[in-house]
Design a protein around this ligand. Structure first.
Ligand code: ADP
Ligand code: MG
Length: 325
């Protein structure tokens, strides 16, 4: 039996607002009107400003064809929520515009479950969307909040600031070569998990309010995303190649190519940020608190451009970041 558009929305996206444990969402005072009306209504926390971002994920461009729907929901939402993390925003709500070639219930069940599980983990509620037919693509608009003036921007880096990155870099890019393996090794499995189920650094972003002078999430590769910070801030930077945080799995799988994955590979969704030198102790304490490595990888200087030095002090060539056009 083919499912109508409205049944589909009810069954896979709206059902969370009805009955049982999920009924709390219906009465959630932040969302007096949610899925089912022409618009959703949203009341941000008192005195805070809304921070909004939208991302589109197209099959074969942003995720491979036949990508497992049990990972797609999480990956899509994580990619979008990562922009909230980069701004130091607290997640609030999201909308989903879903374009499907066919209505396949097993696919929808797996996709929506992975989406809702991730949404619960990130603390964000689905309040509306749109459903259409066409080549598979997802547009997710995320909304979060922060006190006015406290959002982390790309434009605040100052000469003399330290540059940090969270977690490890390059894993997701190295995972692309492992996507079709029938029996991935343990290391390959670790890389694959980083690609399929990224963890947006929400707690870190919020904790960096008032500490970081600038921040961005690493979606296109460290060189490209740090490049955006430098351009927006009108400054230059030097990175130390030997300081880049590389996972054991990446070193084992990629060998000498590991640093190129770390500098040029996207999809890690770590945060890259700058901070005045006086915050070193606070950042070390934050790293311990969050149990998340925060590695100092270089420093900001006056001027323009980004360079990376190897352990001999020689300039290491930077890979270009991913560009759509
Ligand atoms: P309209 O024609 O007024 O745009 P729709 O028929 O597109 O309304 O959607 C009906 C309701 O279902 C709206 O409240 C909309 O926000 C919601 N909705 C539609 N598609 C989705 C989806 N994929 N996820 C969540 N909510 C959805
Ligand atoms: Mg509509």
């Amino acid at each position: 039996m083919p499912v109508s558009e409205f049944e589909l929305i009810d069954r896979y996206f709206r059902h969370r607002y009805q009955g049982g444990d999920q009924s709390a969402n219906l009465q959630d005072q932040r969302f007096p009107v949610a899925i089912g009306d022409d618009c959703a209504a949203l009341i941000p926390p008192e005195g805070e400003q809304l921070l909004i971002s939208v991302d589109t994920l197209v099959e074969s461009v942003h995720f491979p064809r036949q990508f497992d729907p049990a990972y797609l929901g999480r990956r899509a939402l994580a990619v979008c929520v990562s922009d909230l993390a980069a701004c130091g925003a607290k997640p609030l709500a999201y909308t989903l515009a879903l374009t499907l070639p066919v209505v396949e219930e097993a696919w929808l069940a797996a996709f929506s479950q992975s989406l809702h599980t991730a949404a619960d983990e990130f603390g964000i509620s689905l309040i509306g969307g749109d459903t259409t037919r066409g080549p598979l693509s997802l547009s997710i608009q995320v909304m979060g909040s922060a006190p006015p003036g406290q959002a982390l921007l790309r434009s605040g880096a100052q000469a003399g600031d330290d540059i940090y990155v969270s977690g490890a870099l390059g894993d997701a890019a190295a995972a692309l070569a492992c996507l079709d393996l029938r029996a991935p090794s343990e290391h390959q499995q670790q890389l694959l998990n980083r690609y399929r189920a990224p963890s947006p650094r929400l707690q870190l972003g919020m904790a960096l309010r008032g500490i970081a002078s600038a921040a961005a999430d690493v979606s296109d590769g460290l060189a490209a995303d740090l490049g955006h910070i430098l351009k927006a801030s009108g400054v230059a930077a030097t990175l130390q190649l030997k300081a880049l945080p590389l996972s054991e799995a990446l070193l084992a799988e990629a060998g000498v190519k590991a640093v190129d994955y770390a500098l040029g590979g996207g999809d890690d969704y770590e945060l890259c940020f700058t901070a005045p030198v006086m915050y070193r102790d606070e950042i070390a304490a934050l790293s311990a608190d969050l149990q998340l490595p925060l590695t100092r990888i270089g420093s900001v200087a006056e001027g323009r451009g980004l360079r990376c030095l190897d352990s001999q002090g020689a300039v290491y060539p930077l890979p270009a970041g991913y560009q759509h056009f």
